[in-house]
Design a protein around this ligand. Structure first.
Ligand SMILES: C[S@@+](CC[C@H](N)C(=O)[O-])C[C@H]1O[C@@H](n2cnc3c(N)ncnc32)[C@H](O)[C@@H]1O
Length: 169
């Protein structure tokens, strides 16, 4: 599967491009709805209260969908990241926003790639659910956050079983 949170104004173009030019199949869209969106400082438009991801099956790719996890709507309603989980990354997603993708579309020990890792939420979520991962982040200060999260956060899950943090400087 290819899953991307993307600019809401352009996400359909991305989906259409990957389907028409590269043979991907759209498996739908998924919304992360924020219970407490950031206030609009300039007060000239609505608060931005949701983010959208597109889910595409790769050409000739096997589709894993673990329906035994139960029914899951194509949205999740959560507060934005706060408390112990929060890092300095400005667009950090809550771990709970990533769990549905990982639980339904992958099996234990599958390998997950996130080439735009930010604070490393995908890596931490993958590690917590027993999946392997490769993450990439170009900003050294964010890569450091990833290292710290993998080393310190939620240590009951132990150290990553396979991690590669790649610096693209
Ligand atoms: C929207 S943020 C991802 C946030 C992440 N989902 C989280 O929960 O923290 C995208 C990240 O991609 C990184 N990035 C952008 N272009 C990149 C590139 N060419 N290679 C690696 N990382 C890149 C940015 O520095 C940014 O931290």
């Amino acid at each position: 599967m290819f899953i991307a949170f993307f600019d809401r104004d352009r996400i359909n173009f991305l989906s259409h491009y990957l389907q028409s030019q590269h043979g991907f199949k759209c498996k739908g869209y998924f919304s992360f709805i924020k219970q407490n969106p950031v206030p609009q400082a300039r007060k000239v438009k609505f608060q931005n209260g949701w983010e959208e991801a597109v889910m595409l099956q790769k050409p000739d790719g096997k589709l894993t969908f673990n329906y035994e996890n139960g029914q899951q709507p194509d949205y999740i309603i959560l507060p934005i990241c706060s408390g112990n989980e929060r890092t300095e990354h400005p667009t950090q997603k809550p771990l709970k926003a990533m769990y549905p993708f990982i639980k339904y579309f992958t099996n234990k020990n599958d390998l997950i790639l996130d080439p735009f890792a930010g604070s490393g939420t995908t890596a931490v979520a993958a590690r917590n659910l027993g999946r392997r991962f490769i993450v990439m982040e170009k900003e050294p200060k964010y890569a450091e956050i990833i290292r710290n999260r993998l080393n310190n956060f939620n240590t009951k899950h132990g150290k990553p079983n396979a991690a590669q943090i790649s610096f693209n400087l």
